[in-house]
Design a protein around this ligand. Sequence first.
Ligand code: SF4
Length: 709
Amino acid sequence: RGDSAVADRTVDSVCPYCGVGCQLTYHVKDEPSEANEQRGRILFVEGRDGPSNQGRLCVKGRFGFDYPSHPARLTRPLIRREGVPKGIDPVFDPANPLTHFREADWEEALEFAATGLTELKGKHGPSALAGFGSAKCSNEEAWLFQKLVRTGFGSNHVDHCTRLCHASSVAALMECLGSGAVTASFMQALQSDVVILTGCNPAVNHPVAATYFKQAARNGTKLIIIDPRGQALDAYAWRSLRFSPGGDVSLFNAMLNVIISEGLFDKAYIDAHTEGFEALAASVADMTPEAMSPICGVEPEAIREVARAYAGAERAMIFWGMGISQHVHGTDNARCLISMALTCGHTGRPGTGLHPLRGQNNVQGASDAGLIPMVLPDYQPVGDAQLRAAFEELWNTELDPEPGLTVVEIMDAIAAGTIKGMYILGENPAMSDPDLTHARAALAALEHLVVQDLFVTETAQFADVILPATAWSEKSGTVTNTNRQVQMGRAALPPPGEAKADWWIIQEMAQRFGLGWNYAGPEQVFAEMKQGMHSLDHISWSRLEREGSVTYPCPADDAPGQDVVFSDAFPRAGGRAKLSPTQPLPPDEPVDEAYPIVLTTGRLLEHWHTGAMTRRSRVLDEREPEAAAYLAPAELDRLGVAPGDALLVATRRGSITLTARADQAMPDGMVFIPFAFAEAAANLLTNPALDPYGKIPEFKYAACRLSPA
Ligand code: SF4
């Protein structure tokens, strides 16, 4: 706090990390120096009184602000040197990229980037190109990127990391409720009698949201945690159910069986607001707790107890994370949770609702803005001629009616030789895709790859040209958090060197595709978004400047947005929600004698996504610098491995060596590995099998074997 006396100014913005969307203030010193490239520096960060954080920040928001000034930051465009092979070179130093790339000016780099793609389009057609946008960019940048792919490249091959986190949740919510967003904010938990947290670890992944759950529990809310792993919030839980990995659909169907067979459902709500109850009841009739217990590993009485508590509550909510979504049965998992809420009438009122906790700071907004291959902005299916016509009129061009390929499908299409050129903005598939050996081989096979990022990421090591972009604290624009709150971010510093705003770079690329764009900045882009997205009705740029945050849907220019939605009807034909029955399915790759341990992956409190930002943040990386594998102490004993020893983890796709750590929260027979460490990339091991609806890979279950290294 001593620094506050010497800050020259403050800038109000939003945290660049998780979907909680904490509002914060940058305290900036404008004093130039050689080290900070004449642009000043952020001294420290404080939480603001935002609607989702009320002044609070976690360690990432408070200390993870210095990565934009890391020595490896890109400040000039780079073009690959002749003859340097594409791929991860173990001796490559991202802070000294001129061994593999040469510097170029913007004109040369943009011409080279665009010409490579336009030539491939001319030779092979629109389907030869694809784009990955980013949930770390603003809504305006997401809008421009998907518009470039759809109107410039000429296909719908555009996707982003939602495919790897909540695509299955969105598929189920769209099918059953007609809307892919949360039905109530996480602050509503304070008004709930019962809160279920399943497949999520908020104290690690949504830490400020976790403070609301703790507060609710202290006020008397019954917190029910359902997960194979233990977690810090167990200390606040009324009940914690630890089920067998992959047994979630069995467990949820058993809970539905209890709710229906014991008559605990809300008949009036079901009659008024849903369809498909009879089919659901028939589907779960035989899935009694006794029948499902051997599969899910939870005692029948424990299943009955939590089902009765949830159904019997006056107000109850369900929150879930990627432990639910990242399975081949991820959509079925979410369908089950939706069915539980609907049969009990736990939506549409304060303290009730369904809430998939969104991962990245703008994954909700990037999805809303259309960075999804099968839907246009606001989830309008590309195959619907009438809905498509509205965008064709707005953009004055014809659009492809065929849904595009998803993240993993694009990698497969490159391997099959049908996609030949890509533009990747702020994503890192060379770390985040499953089965990285396959994904990296695909990236290397691209005839032309344009990467736009802050650093020479693992993906940029495959690029033909790298365009230096702008960090969150250097840009202004809007983002939408997990609560549907559209929030204003503001630039605290100019970008370093010749790095440019992302919206500007996308526009320059679009101009070279003959699109003639001439936006003056994000405000003008936002104005165009409002013409295509009814979700932004009554939310103007000036209102966001003034108020900082407005929740959608919003009924009037001077009214607050709706924190809780679907009180009267659902946005489906007839206004009714759908109850969608499910059947338990085994994991795609069950454990066996050769690979007897379940591998699961995820994040750490200090590290986020593939580590491109947090590994370059001094405090965060000093706190958690090491790639580790987390196991139950008994499992380590069985292996003869002590904490701190090197451990080899192998699956059918590859092997990595990490440091073993004892973790009391891990069940026997399971290992957890974070995916933020390039030196031991967890996704060399993971299974690329996809959920058939959401097309999300099964990151939460792969069969592996462990041995001392
Ligand atoms: Fe940032 Fe999420 Fe932490 Fe809030 S909880 S400070 S949004 S990382």
